[in-house]
Write a protein that binds this ligand. Structure first.
Ligand SMILES: [Zn+2]
Ligand SMILES: [Zn+2]
Ligand SMILES: [Zn+2]
Length: 130
């Protein structure tokens, strides 16, 4: 139990230092580089339980890999992610929220949830940054 807690806080602290979404594999490598004796399976489990508890955000890369990030915002939001470098912007989608609620209501559904992530190429990667 003690061991689990220490590994969990190592993962949480690492995520707090990172701005972009990272895969479990990448996070594991970073932890090893810090000298943490933590197995990849433990990293996966820890990330899963943090995600289940809503403490971190998860999204799928284009090849289906799970990517993790600790968001600054606790409330519901969306992400705009650069598919080349992983740079992430947290965004609101007020018209999406309205649309989702309306479509749900039309079909008599309650407790509507949705996950919408936008991917693109950021200004740095396209070289258009001023
Ligand atoms: Zn977020
Ligand atoms: Zn980029
Ligand atoms: Zn939304």
């Amino acid at each position: 139990m003690q061991r689990m807690t220490r590994q969990r806080s190592a993962v949480t602290e690492l995520l707090a230092d990172l701005d972009d979404f990272r895969s479990a594999q990448q996070l594991h490598e970073l932890l090893r580089a810090q000298g943490q004796g933590i197995g990849l399976a433990t990293v996966y489990r820890t990330l899963q339980s943090l995600a289940d508890g809503g403490e971190i955000d998860v999204l799928r890369s284009e090849d289906g890999e799970a990517l993790y990030r600790r968001c600054e915002r606790q409330e519901h939001h969306h992400h705009l992610v650069c598919r080349r470098c992983g740079a992430t912007v947290e965004i609101d989608g007020p018209s999406v929220e309205t649309w989702a609620a309306q479509v749900g209501a039309q079909h008599g559904f309650a407790d509507i949830e949705h996950t919408i992530e936008l991917t693109g190429t950021c200004a740095t990667c396209t070289g258009t940054e001023t």
